[in-house]
Design a protein around this ligand. Structure first.
Ligand code: HEM
Length: 422
């Protein structure tokens, strides 16, 4: 990331790198980002080559009229009016995690917090969207798939090559195993017993669409791929957000105390209700500021389909574009003192002072994240509940080193020890 930041300082908000015959443009200026994500969105396709085995032809990877047909019927399942219905299921997942943490705290063992937050995020998604208890072992599946996606991504964008290092998918057997574990997940979800036989779930909608002759775009493979998309794009992102928050809080105990106090003030000794979560403006601000400093989706990738010009550079069809929320969020042109963790920037009233497109953790334009609001509800709920019961002691290096793979991850993970609060 440092190399990219330095290059953008020296060479401007749109600079190319040529690798073999491929041109890759890195964008970090807001006008260029708006150009690609909004004004000329139809001239830039999603670029997902290395991740095709993981996502197949899911909505997140496709473009044009097909993308519209696939996204439209799924949108209502992410509208805030369905949150009341999801809320008890999210709460059950958090309470399950609280119970699991009680054993981990009692044992005093070291815990990889991302394994914990990833399994929590996956449990929340399975319960709320599919009406299922998570029907697989998250540690085994996500660990394997992550190893694959990280190396596949390196191979693909070859970002590491710039620092003289080259990384390839080394272990083909492990990659094949990871992919086969991953491909079995949608069937496990479909085959698992429904939790409460809700009639209107995202899974039911997908299955009904498959049976509908008027919706040929939803063939069986499409349904499987949509499920995979939610199990990865909808879980690793939330898991990393929680992980980065816990890391930052370990360095800022006063912020942790404020989150606990806000919980006491808003819902006291009872359980928080869905409407309480909306009132927790400070906890939300901590989450938003963390997403500014460490946006899990640090790079959004596109391929040009038409000739174009960006920042004086001639773009040719086939050129690759990397738009970097990380580089925008750390740019002093758009943020005062960008390296400082300051949740107050995101308190109500101050949000309006922000320059448009300077905050992009969920992307922008019509390909904006479908589950962004849901993940915010999940994250604030998990934070307030977990922090009022546990103190998290960070055991890793400070400052943590960033590893920008497909997602923005901590190099070496996030080792923690949990302590139950009396
Ligand atoms: C903190 C959590 C999350 C972050 C940071 C995040 C980030 C993003 C970003 C940046 C994009 C746009 C990618 C691009 O333009 O290339 C995206 C798309 C998407 N996200 Fe999220 N996401 C999060 C959580 C979720 C959740 C919880 C779900 C669903 C359960 C979800 C589902 C999707 C889907 C389906 C798309 C594709 C939308 C489309 O192409 O039309 N995301 N996400």
């Amino acid at each position: 990331m440092e190399i990219l930041m330095r290059m953008s300082e020296r060479r401007g908000g749109c600079f190319p790198i040529t690798l073999k015959s491929e041109k890759i443009y890195f964008l970090s200026d807001l006008e260029h980002i708006r150009h690609v994500l909004v004004d000329k969105v139809d001239d830039y396709e999603k670029y997902f080559e290395g991740l095709k085995p993981i996502f197949g032809k899911a909505m997140i990877t496709i473009d044009g009229a097909l993308w519209q047909k696939i996204r439209k019927p799924q949108q209502p399942f992410f509208h805030p009016k369905v949150y009341e219905e999801y809320y008890p299921h999210l709460m059950t997942a958090v309470k399950t995690k609280i119970t699991q943490w009680s054993d981990l705290a009692a044992s005093g063992e070291e815990v990889e917090i991302l394994e914990q937050t990833w399994s929590l995020a996956a449990d929340m998604a399975c319960r709320a969207l599919f009406d299922r208890e998570m029907p697989f072992n998250p540690q085994a599946v996500f660990g394997a798939v992550k190893a694959y996606t990280d190396t596949a991504n390196h191979k693909n964008i070859r970002a590491k090559k710039m620092s003289g290092e080259m990384s390839e998918v080394g272990d083909e057997e492990a990659a094949a195993e990871a992919i086969s574990a991953w491909l079995s997940l949608p069937d496990a979800v479909i085959g698992a017993k429904p939790l409460s036989y809700r009639n209107q779930t995202l899974l039911k909608m997908l299955q009904r669409a498959e049976a509908d002759p008027e919706a040929p775009e939803f063939d069986h493979q499409q349904v499987l791929d949509e499920i995979k998309q939610y199990l990865w794009a909808g879980t690793e992102t939330t898991a990393l957000t929680l992980g980065w928050i816990f890391y930052l809080l370990s360095q800022h105990p006063e912020v942790t105390e404020k989150i606990r106090r806000e919980g006491e003030e808003v819902y006291g000794d009872r359980e928080p209700r869905c409407e309480d979560i909306q009132k927790m403006t400070y906890t939300r601000a901590v989450m938003l500021e963390t997403l500014r400093l460490y946006p899990p989706a640090w790079a959004l990738m596109r391929t040009a389909t038409q000739e174009d010009e960006i920042g004086g550079h001639k773009i040719k069809p086939g050129d690759k574009i990397v738009l970097s929320p990380y580089m925008v969020h750390h740019n002093p042109k758009y943020w005062n003192d960008p390296e400082t963790f300051d949740p107050n920037r995101f308190l109500p009233g101050r949000i309006k002072q922000r320059v448009k497109y300077s905050y992009l953790p969920f992307g922008a334009g019509k390909r904006f994240c479908l589950g962004g609001q849901l993940s915010q509800l999940e994250t604030v709920l998990a934070l307030t509940m977990l922090l009022r019961r546990y103190r998290l002691e960070y055991l890793g290096d400070v400052p943590v080193k960033i590893s920008p793979t497909v997602m923005l991850t901590p190099k070496g993970g996030f080792p923690f020890r949990l302590h139950a609060l009396s």
